[in-house]
Design a protein around this ligand. Structure first.
Ligand SMILES: C[S@@+](CC[C@H](N)C(=O)[O-])C[C@H]1O[C@@H](n2cnc3c(N)ncnc32)[C@H](O)[C@@H]1O
Length: 214
């Protein structure tokens, strides 16, 4: 098995375990960030790609006129998203597909926005995912990320460093900084970071918008 294939297998295994309890652990904690991400994505237009849609916690925050496509590596997580779509009659969810975000099977310029909530820091090659997001976006569209990013410097960075072993136990890492995405945008060309906003709880989660300017 290649490195990439074994990482994918491990990710699927991890989320097969998470899937039954995911909503109980994360629903309330991530709701404000997910709502902010959905609002920012919808401000670009109705055609939205939810990359790493998981169990579909954010799907209920879209208006009825949205046209949402969701992708995820984990069939176990997606099955739960599919159940929500059926039970709650989400006609704005157009399709849910098993797909790796670093190998999207959509034509160029398909979406008004691509949102990835609590995903990008989990992907072994996040730049490959961002490049795919940029490819499937129409010009003027945006990548909208909601995530925890580690502080670059200052007293909070120190606290994160000290608490890292404890925080890692509950699945959050502060190693991934927002500057990694800023560096990708600068290198990629035609992509511009237009916002980095602190969110609940106490700025621990952040919203980042990257616009496809050309
Ligand atoms: C922390 S969960 C977040 C789920 C959802 N976005 C939310 O906020 O509730 C991360 C999700 O990303 C998915 N994932 C991880 N790597 C992926 C990849 N390379 N391609 C597609 N999905 C991936 C996992 O299977 C999991 O469902």
């Amino acid at each position: 098995m290649t490195d990439a294939a074994s990482t994918t297998a491990l990710m699927r295994k991890a989320y097969a375990r998470w899937a039954p309890v995911y909503d109980v652990v994360y629903d309330k904690l991530t709701e404000p960030a997910a709502r902010a991400a959905v609002a920012a994505a919808m401000a670009c237009g109705p055609k939205v790609l939810e990359a790493g849609v998981g169990t579909g916690l954010s799907l209920g925050y879209y208006p009825a006129y949205a046209e949402v496509t969701g992708v995820d590596l984990s069939e176990d997580m997606l099955r739960r998203a599919q159940e929500k779509v059926k039970l709650r009659g989400f006609s704005h969810v157009k399709s849910l597909q098993v797909m790796d975000v670093t190998k999207l099977r959509f034509p160029d310029q398909t979406f008004d926005a691509v949102t990835a909530q609590f995903l990008i820091t989990l992907v072994p090659d996040p730049e490959a995912a961002l490049t795919e997001f940029a490819r499937v976006l129409r010009p003027g569209g945006e990548i909208v990320l909601a995530n925890h990013f580690g502080q670059e410097r200052g007293p909070l960075a120190k606290i994160e460093e000290i608490s890292a072993p404890l925080v890692a136990k509950i699945g959050w890492s502060s190693d991934f900084k927002a500057s990694r995405i800023e560096a990708w945008a600068a290198r990629h060309g035609g992509m511009q970071v237009v916002e980095l906003r602190s969110l609940f709880p106490a700025g621990f989660f952040k919203l980042m918008r990257v616009r496809k300017v050309t």
